[in-house]
Design a binder for this molecule. Structure first.
Ligand code: ZN
Ligand code: ZN
Ligand code: FE
Length: 739
């Protein structure tokens, strides 16, 4: 029986077999779980049925294959521990949020794990973040340094126990310890109580969590939130919020049934939800942003904090890192790097092997759309639709995540960070070592983005040279399209239309691409249409200044920009210089970027002229547009941006929300018209949507719904983010298929 194993799957199988008095064994093989089982046919049938019906929620059964073998003559059912030569690729589970049984024990004064911050069971607890190697046994995790006490050992070995073969099982007598630290000294006393006192006093703490450190403060204390913001020096970058429960969440954001399900899922991601009302609190948390990222306490430690005596029920929980660097995981490193930001530390001695930021998702048509994949989702392992050479893919510089392929499967690292400093580069190589040793990947081909200036590109070329491997560049937007094709198992021969809307990426002609239409099959994606080129002053540098994108767009179609909000946002001397620069085309770079097109609109509507983080202007404009419920757009002719800008500027008696919405709807109409024409011309019925701009749900949903109504099959990102975080998968699929 071949099954791809998920979480606590072997113990579940053993309990089920015992329940039905069946004999046999379960063990992991290289790519699946093998069950050999024997007994009366009726009970075997029942086993087969219940195996799928009752599998633990966190286990994914990709498929179940059944074959008949000779008799086993086994006396009972057992779990065979995996031989060291074995590895099982899909068998490595992600970190799981605390389960309801463990919550109950945590609060039960008579339980031996009462208030123990590291309790867990087969249904919950850390997994990927503590794994050093495969197979997933205690000896291959950072729990191996803790010797189980007699009580824990009994539970671990008892197949009727919730902790049967729970690798990180622990208790106060034998497991990890928590402590409170200030000025380099551990303080005596209950660490949780000390931490709560400090938080209630408005202090900022560095708290060691599952996948790394968080910086935390009382979310209801505006002064504390402001202090954290200024210490982090990240401008308006939104903070995530950890709330006690759904009722508390509803004070800050709109929580419908689907959002509640996502928040409460075993992966416990940060869910970006529309702010409820407009309290100062949610304004402090995510200034000028219509959405706020919220999560529930996912570890016992978090529950102890959020259900503490002094009633703190909402904490800011933002990644503990230096600007642009990966999340800090090691105790000593926290004191070194977070010293300027934290007043105190809550540390523990369960080592974090694989760093994992919190995952971030949006709710799209009732399911999660990944924005950042980390804790709870990592590692991502997907079957590739066609046989490929084992390869390594370096992703891109922003939202970097790497990928490895091996025996027809792709393995993606969690989000690493932005490739702009040594720390990210080190984290990158650490992830590479970790994943290749976990899955025994030996790449025979190195793939990287076609951008010659990317650090990831330079790294990949050097790595290939040092290891004597062939290497190959993959064009950015084709890789975006291929990522979604890989997710859906689209055959390499199938012809599709791909709409890739993105912030930036290096094009075949050296221009900055990002508003692209491709048609053809996987390795012949022909660029069929694109957003008209505009010369952007400073090229990618204008990503930080939507006003420049707006002015460049108006200039390109011969419209006056001086009297627009974008022109007015510059001081007079700047205006003159910019006019000269645009007239002469000095240091201007051709761009078809859809991201900059949205930036331009946001600036022309006066929403934002400068950003402090990527896509800030577009994110704010989407939130504004979503408030306007009428779906009419402007009448501008297909991709006639001159008409669109003129219409939008003349519409200045309408509310900004209406104009923002009309802009969105116009882009939806244009995109669908082009996609439909291409699909008809090429006799194709599948349209792929990808690229970072599709994090915009008004756009994603508008285009999807219209194309579906036209009878087309629309594929949108599912497991991986539409942004560069999913790029490595596309590189693996496309790069290895290029001839
Ligand atoms: Zn549990
Ligand atoms: Zn114990
Ligand atoms: Fe991109």
């Amino acid at each position: 029986m071949g099954i791809v194993q998920g979480v606590g799957f072997r113990p579940f199988v053993a309990r089920l077999a015992a329940d039905l008095s069946l004999a046999g064994l379960v063990r992991n093989t290289t790519t699946s779980v093998l069950i050999e089982i024997e007994g009366p046919p009726a009970r075997l049938e029942s086993f087969r049925f219940r195996l799928e019906a009752e599998a633990p929620p966190a286990a994914t059964l990709e498929h179940v294959d059944v074959e008949t073998i000779g008799t086993l003559d086994a006396l009972h059912f057992e779990i065979l521990s995996s031989g060291s030569e074995e590895l099982y690729s899909a068998g490595l589970p992600p970190d799981l949020a605390i389960c309801s049984d463990c919550c109950r024990e945590l609060e039960d004064p008579t339980d031996r794990r009462y208030r123990y911050p590291f309790l867990n069971c087969t249904a919950c607890g850390p997994r990927y973040s503590i794994v050093e190697g495969l197979p997933y046994d205690r000896d291959h995790t950072s729990m191996r340094t803790f010797v189980m006490c007699a009580a824990c050992r009994t539970e671990y070995g008892d197949r009727n126990d919730r902790r049967y073969h729970a690798q990180p099982v622990a208790c106060p007598a034998c497991g990890p310890k928590l402590w409170f630290e200030r000025d380099g000294r551990r303080l005596e006393g209950d660490a949780i109580e000390l931490c709560l006192e400090a938080l209630a006093a408005g202090e900022i703490g560095a708290i060691r969590s599952i996948g790394g450190f968080h910086l935390a403060c009382d979310a209801r204390n505006s002064a504390a939130v402001e202090r954290l913001r200024s210490r982090k020096a990240r401008g308006d970058q939104p903070f995530a919020l950890m709330v006690r429960d759904l009722a508390t969440a509803r004070e800050f954001v709109e929580v419908n049934r689907q959002a509640a399900a996502l928040l409460g899922a075993a992966a416990a991601p940060i869910v970006l939800l529309a702010k409820a009302g407009s309290t100062q609190l949610s304004e402090d948390m995510a200034p000028g942003n219509g959405y706020l990222g919220v999560m529930l306490p996912y570890s016992p430690l978090h529950r102890l904090l959020l259900f503490g005596r002094n009633g703190l029920d909402a904490l800011v929980m933002t990644s503990g890192n230096l600007h642009g660097e990966p999340v800090v995981t090691v105790n000593e490193e926290a004191s070194e790097k977070l010293g300027g930001q934290a007043d105190f530390y809550l540390k523990h001695n369960r080592e974090i092997v694989a760093p994992c930021d919190d995952s971030v998702v949006r709710l799209y048509r009732g399911r999660a759309l990944a924005i950042r994949r980390g804790r709870g989702y990592a590692p991502v392992s997907l079957g590739l639709p066609s046989a490929t050479v084992p390869a390594l893919a370096a992703g891109a510089d922003l939202k970097c995540a790497l990928g490895l392929s091996h025996e027809g499967r792709a393995y993606l690292s969690p989000h690493i960070g932005d490739m702009e400093n040594l720390a990210t580069l080190e984290a990158f190589t650490r992830n590479l070592r970790h994943i290749s040793s976990l899955y025994r990947c030996r790449p025979e081909l190195v793939l990287y983005d076609a951008h010659p200036g990317y650090l990831s590109t330079q790294w990949a070329r050097q790595y290939a040279a040092e290891n004597n491997l062939p290497s190959r560049a993959v064009q950015h937007h084709r890789a975006h399209a291929a990522a979604v094709m890989a997710e859906y198992g689209v055959d390499p021969a199938l012809r599709v239309v791909a709409v890739v809307f993105d912030g930036t990426g290096f094009g075949d002609d050296g221009a900055i691409w990002g508003g692209e239409f491709f048609s053809g099959n996987l390795n012949q994606l022909r660029r069929s249409a694109h957003l008209p080129y505009v010369a952007l002053p400073g090229g990618d540098a204008s990503a930080k200044r939507p006003a420049l994108a707006a002015i460049a767009h108006l200039h390109a179609v011969g419209l006056d920009w001086l009297r627009t909000p974008s022109g007015a946002s510059l001081d007079p001397s700047q205006r003159g210089l910019l006019q000269q620069q645009l007239d002469r085309g000095l240091n201007c770079h051709l761009s078809s970027s859809m991201g900059r097109f949205f930036d331009a609109a946001a600036s022309l509507l006066g929403i934002r002229h400068r950003v402090s983080f990527e896509a800030q202007a577009a994110i704010e404009m989407e939130a504004v547009a979503a408030q306007w419920k009428d779906h009419a757009g402007y009448t501008a002719g297909l991709w006639n941006t001159a008409e669109l800008w003129a219409e939008m500027l003349a519409d200045d008696a309408s509310p900004v929300a209406a104009r923002a919405r009309r802009f969105h709807e116009t882009v939806v109409r244009w995109s669908c018209e082009t996609a439909k024409t291409l699909a008809a011309d090429e006799r194709v019925d599948t349209v792929v949507l990808s690229g970072g701009v599709f994090q915009n749900l008004l756009l994603l949903e508008g285009i999807s719904v219209t194309l579906e109504k036209a009878g087309l099959r629309v594929l949108v990102p599912r497991y991986l983010p539409p942004n560069d975080g999913g790029l490595a998968l596309g590189q693996l699929y496309l790069g290895a298929n290029l001839t």
